[in-house]
Each structure stands twice: as structure tokens, then as C-alpha cells.
Design a protein around this ligand. Structure first.
Ligand code: ATP
Ligand code: MG
Length: 572
């Protein structure tokens, strides 16, 4: 490709609304353009990267025998109503009506669609197991579309679905997918963790997330250096280590705490440690309102709570809901006299004589004790696990890292097949629901995640496998006919030998070209400039300062050889 004929509008300045480096660099480098919040176009450079990611994902899916197909994005509401997800999926689902008032969604995922698609035609145990996949656009009206391609409202996903006669068979495909996902990361040079994950709205009972390590990632992962345990904080467990208190129970007392609504306020006002206060949080779900207690210096992880209650609609109750149902404003809530079920995190179990809200505006209780002053319906682990908590498997202190989830795999079991009446005939003639798995990979998100992992002050540093071009030939001065001629011949040579090359033959300054080449992150730059006087070109890898001079010979085999060698040595 000749840059003079290419379209890659680069920007000197960062777009004002970019929140993350990947978003800034992909916009500045001319890879993507925003159409609306969470909705992007891919310019030619971005499209090349996307195609490379797609190709790798497709090859790894094909390698494990998964069959590619393409399903509609526009899906009828009926199938979602049957599984109950028309309501349960929540406001992320884009819904609309056609001209005849029939309801549809722009698919956020395709479990209902694939199950309905195969249910009457995939009939016999002899056809199983089988796995299908597609690479398609998904729609999710995310509450906060942000970070460019990382959290779009329109984005590209590879989603695969497998059908089985047994859990052992599902386990095998799950393992194949796990291996395929690991290979995808490795082929792209991405540093990743495969972690134990929450199953969320998709359901099922077993899941792993593939997380690309990046300091600005939204996922927190907890891992144990001793035994290898790794999980997202949405799911992570820990070994509780709360010593029993030998304090005697003291008399419960209601004290005035004017305008003291937060744990910090109350702790300062009463002169007690935050760890001696119990927070009372109120959640609203399908079965109404519940109160959940946790030690004042800890946080509740809502995904763990949702999974405990088996209710994906569960969320923090709004202030007006709290006031309506409990008659007390947030800030003074407590379990004593609360007219709703009270659940408590394990962190509270061994506490004695603690502070809780007074269930009366401007009041707190001191010296509260469970069992004596109120009843706990169940003791549960809903704490957000943090660095230093003990590994649930081996007790070693856990560490944390931040990352970006690029893929997630699930064992679904018969959740969808039973609801949608998707049965096969087994060898004994009986009808059985398919046992299913599903496996998502964020294709467009991967593009941004790779940038989050690899960039420097000058721009993107693409892994070779997904770089829009492998080599850029920078002709420093195109007015110099010798430079342009050599540049073009080299360009022909490298392309003819399978190295994807871009030649910068634009009529702009050398400095401008160097800046652009760094910004768009091409792994190898070959500069045809001043050194040509001595018959040399200069070669440099994007992630290194070293410049290698290579003397030109007839046929340019030496440069080709050097380019191949340097690209093979290019490791991120
Ligand atoms: P998240 O927790 O980040 O919202 P998810 O658990 O909802 O992700 P899945 O339903 O498992 O995601 O979707 C499979 C993959 O699709 C994810 O691993 C991710 O890479 C990608 N993905 C999900 N939501 C988005 C989005 N809004 N924008 C871009 N990619 C996404
Ligand atoms: Mg999501």
C-alpha cells in the first residue's frame, strides 16, 4: 500500500473525550471514528486490524471443528419471552417494534436464536457433539458506553454454541475452547490470565474469563502465586479469617448522630474504627427488598449477591424505594426492627458490640449484637475480595491485577434447551434436552485491549500478528528520485515475499512521517533517507531504540533477510 493513496487521517491532538489510551491512540492514528457514544466506524487501518483478529479467531475455531454460520441480528421477541430473558436481560437489550407492532431485539447474544435454529433439525445423538460459531455484530445498550471499543453499544463478537449428549462431552469441548482461546491470546502476543468467572445473565454453572492484563482494565483479578488459583473479583472467594471476640455483650443503646450518614462520618463522630461499624445495604430484586450487612470497612460485591439469590435483576434499592418500604432514609438503616429479611456477610459473624443504623433518622445503635438484637436469615460470602485476603484453596495471601476481559466461556447445561423444547433422540429412543455450552470472544474489544497492553509515549506498538502492516518504508524525501526509486523497489520486494508493507511516499517532512509511523505502531520501519548516499537503509523495530544499517545489494535479498530476522525477533 502506498500511503499517498491510503486514507488514514491522523491527529496531532488527543480527542477531548477520550478516557483511555487505546481510545485516544486509535482515534489519533486514524483507526476508528466515533458516530455516537459506543458506536464506531472502522477506517481502513482499523479494518485491517479487525480482519487480522477475525482471521486468527476463525482459524482457531475451525481448528477445533467448530462450524461457522451466520444468524440474524434482528431477533423476534417470542423466543426471548420463552426463556424469560425478554425481562431478565434488563435495559441493555435494544428492543423495537416493526411496522406491524411485532417486537424484536437487536441481539445482545444468541443462545435463544441458535437453540431455536437447530431444535427441529438436529435430531439424533449420532449428530452430537456439534459446535457452531458466528462472527457478528452485537448490540447492548450499556449503561456507560465508554473507553471506545472496549465497551461499545455496537460491537463485534465471535460467539460459539455447542450441543452435547453428556456432561463429559461438554467438558471436552469446553476444554478445546479453553485451549483455542489460549492460542488466540498467544498468537497475538497478548499477556493474559484465564480466570474463574461469574456466570451473570448467561447462566450455567461453570465459566472462565480470558483477561488481558492492562493497568487501566475494568476487571480485577485475584490470583494466588502459591497454588495458581485465579478468579475475577465478581466471583472470587477467600478463606475467612475473623478471630472470635471474647468481649461480653454490652447493653444496646440508641445514640443521636445528627447528619452522620456515612461510615466515615459515624466512625469519626462516635470515635470508633470503621471495622467496628456494620453497614446495612438494601437491595431490590424479583422477590422484593432484602437487607445485607457487611463490616464497615468492606464492600459488597453485587455479582456474588446476585448469584447467591439466583436473581440477575437484583440491584441496590433507590432512596425512594428504601424510604417507601422501610420508612427510614439511607444512612440510618439497620437490622434492628427492619421489616425485611436480613442477610449478613461472614465478616460480621464474629463481631460484638458494633454500631448499626438506628432505623430512625439521625440515630445509630451502639453495642448491637446479632442473635440477641436481630435475626440473620443466612450468613453468606458477598465481600469484594481484595489484595491480601487469603486464597480459598491454600490460604496464601492473594494478589490483584487489572485486566480487560476479552473472552468468556460457559457451561450452560440444559437451561436453554429445556425452556425452548430443544430435544434430541438418544440411542435408547428417549427424548432428551441438549446439554449446551457457549463461548464468546470480543473481536472489536481485542483491538483496543491490545493497544491498552502495548503503547508508549509515541503511540501504538502492535503485536506483529494483528498489526495493520508489518513493515513501513519511510521515504524521507520523495523529491529525491533515488530515495523514491529505492523505496518503491524495496516495497515491491518485501510485498512479493509475503511481508505486508506500507510505503510512506507522502509529500510531507521526514519528521512528520516518523511520528505517524510510530503513532500507528508498525512493527518494523525501514528508513530510506540520508544513509542511502552510502548505499544503506536504516531498520528499526517499533519497540526498540536500536537502528540497524543494512547495505543494499542487487536484488535486496540482504534487506529481506534482515527484515525477516528482525520481525521474528520482535517480541512484546
Ligand atoms: P462485560 O462484563 O465486560 O460487560 P460480558 O460478561 O457482558 O462482558 P459476554 O456476554 O461474556 O460479556 O460477551 C463475550 C465477550 O464479548 C466479552 O468477553 C467481551 O470481550 C465482549 N463484549 C461484551 N460486551 C461488550 C461491549 N459492550 N463492547 C465490546 N465488547 C464486548
Ligand atoms: Mg456486559
Amino acid at each position: 500500500m502506498h500511503w499517498s493513496k491510503f486514507y488514514s487521517p491522523t491527529l496531532k491532538e488527543s480527542p477531548s473525550d477520550s478516557e483511555l489510551k487505546s481510545q485516544e491512540l486509535l482515534i489519533r492514528g486514524g483507526f476508528i471514528r466515533k458516530a455516537a457514544a459506543g458506536v464506531y466506524s472502522y477506517l481502513p487501518l482499523g479494518f485491517r486490524v479487525l480482519e487480522k483478529i477475525t482471521k486468527i479467531v476463525r482459524e482457531e475455531m475451525n481448528a477445533i471443528g467448530s462450524l461457522e454460520l451466520l444468524m440474524p441480528i434482528m431477533q423476534p421477541a417470542e423466543i426471548w419471552k420463552i426463556t424469560g430473558r425478554w425481562e431478565d436481560y434488563g435495559p441493555e437489550m435494544v428492543k423495537f417494534k416493526d411496522r406491524n407492532k411485532r417486537e424484536f431485539t437487536l441481539g445482545p447474544t444468541h443462545e435463544e436464536m441458535i437453540t431455536t435454529l437447530v431444535k427441529n433439525e438436529l435430531k439424533s445423538y449420532k449428530q452430537l457433539p456439534i459446535t457452531f460459531y458466528q462472527i457478528n455484530t452485537k448490540y447492548r445498550d450499556e449503561i456507560r458506553p465508554r473507553f471506545g471499543l472496549l465497551r461499545g453499544r455496537e460491537f463485534i463478537m465471535k460467539d460459539a454454541y455447542s450441543f452435547h449428549t453428556s456432561h463429559e462431552s461438554l467438558d471436552r469441548t469446553y476444554k478445546d475452547m479453553y485451549t483455542a482461546y489460549s492460542k488466540i491470546c498467544e498468537r497475538m502476543d497478548l499477556k493474559y490470565f484465564a480466570v474463574d468467572a461469574d456466570t451473570g445473565a448467561i447462566g450455567g454453572n461453570n465459566s472462565h474469563e480470558f483477561t488481558i492484563l492492562a493497568k487501566n482494565g475494568e476487571s480485577n483479578i485475584l490470583f494466588c502465586e502459591q497454588c495458581g488459583y485465579a478468579a475475577t473479583d465478581e466471583k472470587a472467594e477467600y478463606k475467612p479469617d475473623y478471630p472470635e471476640s471474647d468481649e461480653k455483650m454490652k447493653a444496646l443503646e440508641l445514640v443521636k448522630t445528627p447528619d452522620m450518614k456515612t461510615v466515615e462520618n459515624v466512625s469519626e463522630f462516635l470515635g470508633v474504627e470503621k471495622g467496628q461499624i456494620v453497614k446495612s445495604m438494601v437491595y431490590s430484586g424479583r422477590k422484593g427488598i432484602v437487607m445485607v450487612l457487611i463490616r464497615g470497612d468492606m464492600e459488597i460485591k453485587e455479582s456474588k449477591l446476585r448469584s447467591y439469590f439466583g436473581d440477575q435483576t437484583l440491584r441496590k434499592a433507590l432512596p425512594e424505594e428504601v424510604l417507601d418500604s422501610l420508612g427510614v432514609p439511607i444512612g440510618y438503616l439497620g437490622p434492628i426492627g427492619a421489616k425485611c429479611p436480613v442477610f449478613a456477610d461472614l465478616s460480621v459473624k464474629n463481631m460484638r458490640n458494633y454500631v448499626v443504623g438506628g432505623m430512625k433518622e439521625e440515630y445509630h445503635y451502639i453495642n448491637a449484637n446479632h442473635d440477641r438484637d436481630f435475626k440473620v436469615s443466612d450468613w453468606i460470602d458477598v465481600k469484594t475480595v481484595t489484595e491480601g485476603d487469603l486464597c480459598p484453596k491454600c490460604g496464601h495471601p492473594l494478589k490483584t491485577k487489572k485486566g480487560i476481559e476479552v473472552g468468556q466461556i460457559f457451561k450452560l447445561g440444559t437451561k436453554y434447551s429445556e425452556k425452548l423444547n430443544a430435544f434430541y433422540v438418544d440411542s435408547d429412543g428417549s427424548q432428551k434436552p441438549f446439554i449446551m455450552g457457549c463461548y464468546g470472544w470480543g473481536v472489536s474489544r481485542t483491538m483496543a485491549a491490545a493497544v491498552e497492553q502495548f503503547y508508549d509515549a509515541n503511540g501504538i506498538i502492535w503485536p506483529r500478528a494483528i498489526a495493520p502492516f508489518e513493515v513501513v518504508i519511510t521515504v524521507v524525501n520523495v523529491a529525491n528520485s533515488e530515495q523514491l526509486k529505492v523505496g518503491n523497489s524495496l516495497y515491491e520486494k518485501l510485498n512479493a515475499n509475503g511481508l505486508e508493507t506500507l510505503i510512506d511516499d507522502r509529500e510531507v517532512s521526514g519528521g512528520f512521517k516518523f511520528k505517524d509511523a510510530d503513532l500507528i505502531g508498525i512493527p518494523l520501519r525501514i528508513t530510506v533517507g540520508r544513509a542511502l548516499k552510502n548505499g544503506d537503509v536504516e531498520m528499526k523495530l517499533r519497540n526498540s531504540k536500536d537502528v540497524v544499517k543494512v547495505h543494499l545489494e542487487d536484488g535486496y535479498d540482504g534487506v529481506l533477510e534482515a527484515a525477516r530476522g528482525m520481525l521474528n525477533a520482535y517480541k512484546l
